[in-house]
Design a binder for this molecule. Structure first.
Ligand SMILES: C[S@@+](CC[C@H](N)C(=O)[O-])C[C@H]1O[C@@H](n2cnc3c(N)ncnc32)[C@H](O)[C@@H]1O
Length: 344
């Protein structure tokens, strides 16, 4: 919830003069205000034309008073600005919340509201057990709509992150074969294919996830589980983007050993993920990463690792000198890149 307290309010929270957890209690309502605004078309409508609450409620067929209440809440949260009774979008809402804009993350709201309902409301059980009763990727395989909204969310992030990631991958000279493990929507593969016209990609994912990938003449979908399906051999590059955080150390170690066996000598493995313990701009970023770690625990039985932990997994699997890259300079999208020895 983008609430920015002024210095007096911040001091009152810090000194517990008022209960600081009210921001968490009402954070849930803030999320649902955002969701309601998106679902009702408030952001799309105000992107086209600023409006009064009365005009907007007429345009969208909503209750006049209730619309004014919602707009005031969205204004307080920093998504709208109000001047002379007319509401318009803030830069934040224009950038992230308008459908059709390149950075739009509205698709994620539908996924997060379902994830929050399914996993976050039973967090204490996950903490007792070390993970969820039904992991997210089992649920998505049985629920096409959940899978579609999850893939739309990860695709929205990938549209921002894939070009810089692809530019950071040291594709060996003459490479023709790429394996994208857990590649889903395939946008990371497509970003690499754009840069390397001789490259063909095999995208391995669960069947429901692959339904979200648009067909492409140089992409072969490979439905199956990366935990037991044969990966094939003869690859020059293997991508594992946002995959390792869903696995425990044994599963991750076994998968990386099979990836090493699937690569040609001198082949490259690229792990894209979030790494704990690295440089972050501050406490807010560290806290978001800790909450993401908790989310991976609750939804997947997974974890956020440090780069040193990922490096150890790669070295154990036979890779040389794993390097840490931050093509976006963001703790949300980091890379561990490692190469196999040229002779085995
Ligand atoms: C967080 S998403 C990452 C998707 C894409 N790589 C990205 O970074 O945007 C994890 C992907 O791994 C897939 N996945 C999870 N478990 C899998 C399994 N056992 N076998 C194959 N794919 C799996 C999911 O379906 C999902 O597409």
């Amino acid at each position: 919830m983008p609430l920015f307290p002024n210095p007096v309010e911040a001091a009152a929270f810090r000194l517990s003069v008022v209960p600081p957890m009210l921001a968490d209690y009402f954070g849930v309502l803030g999320f649902h205000s955002l969701l309601a605004g998106a679902r009702l078309g408030v952001f799309d409508s105000l992107a086209a034309r600023p409006a009064t609450a009365a005009d907007l409620s007429d345009n969208l067929g909503l209750d006049h008073h209730a619309t004014a209440v919602l707009l005031r809440a969205l204004t307080g949260l920093g998504y709208l600005r109000e001047r002379r009774n007319r509401y318009r979008l803030t830069r934040c809402a224009r950038t992230w919340l308008v459908r059709g804009e390149p950075a739009c993350l509205v698709e994620g709201l539908e996924f997060w509201t379902r994830a929050a309902a399914a996993y976050w409301t039973t967090l204490e059980q996950a903490v007792r057990d070390g993970g969820p009763a039904v992991p997210l990727y089992t649920a998505t395989e049985h629920d096409p709509e959940l899978s579609r909204s999850f893939q739309s969310w990860t695709a929205a992030l990938a549209r921002r992150q894939a070009p810089a990631t692809a530019a950071a991958v040291p594709v060996p000279r003459g490479a023709t074969r790429l394996l994208d493990v857990g590649g889903g929507h395939a946008l990371y593969s497509l970003a690499l294919l754009d840069r390397h016209p001789r490259l063909h990609a095999t995208v391995l994912d669960l069947p429901q996830a692959l339904a979200s990938a648009a067909p492409h003449p140089r992409v072969t979908p490979l439905p199956g589980s990366f935990l037991d399906a044969p990966l094939g051999t003869g690859y020059d590059v293997v991508l594992l983007v946002n995959v390792l955080h869903g696995l425990d150390d044994d599963q991750a170690g076994e998968l990386l050993a099979r990836v090493a066996a699937a690569l040609n000598p001198g082949g490259v493995a690229v792990i894209g993920d979030q790494f704990r313990g690295g440089p972050t701009p501050g406490r807010a970023s560290r806290t978001l990463l800790s909450l993401l770690d908790l989310n991976y625990l609750a939804a997947l039985g997974g974890r956020v690792r440090t780069f040193a932990e990922v490096r150890a997994l790669l070295v154990n699997a036979g890779f040389n000198r794993p390097r840490h890259r931050r093509p976006l300079r963001s703790p949300a999208a980091e890379l561990a890149i490692a190469t196999l020895p040229t002779a085995r």
